[in-house]
Design a protein around this ligand. Structure first.
Ligand code: KIV
Length: 263
């Protein structure tokens, strides 16, 4: 199993860190076999897996289930579980309890959203031996504060605030920070100013690593494709064609045939 120290060492060695999301056993096994450094059990499961409009409705119990099945598949990657809305904001004690539950089902650490207001929580978790990945920029659990999926950290003041937040998260003990949908020059500044890796999503080429939602890059999630997503396959199309062909063959009496049945 990969360690957080191994991930931090990649930044020091100038090697890019590769991360993708997974919510199920089969996907996690493929990502692990390919050598993905960090498998994030993202709360994007709310949108992508469960068809919700935002990440807010997903619960601890649902995230624990996704984390458990992902962790079961993984031999080498670092499995990080995303803490769902309300599982860490109410009190430090609740955050410790919920983060601990993720470790009990096989995660190696947790991710939570936010800067300064989360610093104390991050410190407590890390002091207790729970690795934490931060998340700044377009943090989807704050969608109603942002009023949409707009680029964050635009302008000198907002950029300086985010840089400050990144430094605070580093001091609090985060082992890495996801930077989502921010200007590439700000991502470059933050990456150069801290010693822990930055993992970009919509943050340009200067981060220490990159994460994407697996279903987005495979072309499986067709509802909405942000500009920062590059599609590496069109699996929805392929799935649709396969299902159409199956339907046609069953209706036409072509399948099942002798080859697929018994004497
Ligand atoms: O929930 C998620 O998948 C995430 C990544 C997009 C960073 O937080």
């Amino acid at each position: 199993m990969k360690t957080v120290d191994a991930v931090i060492a990649k930044k020091k060695a100038g090697e890019k860190i590769v991360s993708l999301t997974a919510y199920d056993f089969i996907s996690a096994r493929i990502l692990d076999e390919v050598g993905i450094d960090i498998i994030l059990v993202g709360d994007s499961a709310a949108n992508v897996f469960a068809g919700e409009k935002t990440t807010l409705p997903i619960t601890m119990e649902e995230m624990l289930y996704h984390t458990k099945v992902v962790a079961r598949a993984v031999k080498n990657s670092l499995v990080i579980a995303d803490m769902p809305f309300l599982s860490y904001q109410v009190s430090v004690e609740t955050a410790v309890y919920n983060a601990g539950r993720f470790l009990q089902v096989g995660a190696c650490g947790v991710k939570l959203e936010g800067g300064k207001p989360m610093a104390q929580t991050v410190k407590r978790l890390v002091d207790l031996g729970i690795p934490v990945m931060g998340h700044l920029g377009l943090t989807p659990q704050s969608i109603h504060k942002f009023g949409g999926y707009k680029t964050q950290g635009v302008g000198e003041e907002a950029g300086a605030r985010m840089l400050e937040d990144a430094k605070l998260l580093e001091s609090a003990g985060c082992f890495s920070i996801v930077l989502e949908k921010i200007p590439r020059e700000l991502a470059r500044r933050i990456t150069g100013a801290i010693n822990i890796p930055t993992i970009g999503i919509g943050a340009g080429p200067y981060c220490d690593g990159q994460v994407l939602v697996l279903h987005d890059m495979l072309g499986l999630f067709e509802e909405f494709t942000p500009r920062f997503v590059k599609r590496y396959a069109s699996l929805s199309e392929e799935m649709r064609n396969a299902v159409k062909q199956y339907k046609k063959e069953v209706e036409g009496g072509i399948f099942p045939d002798e080859e697929h049945s018994f004497d």
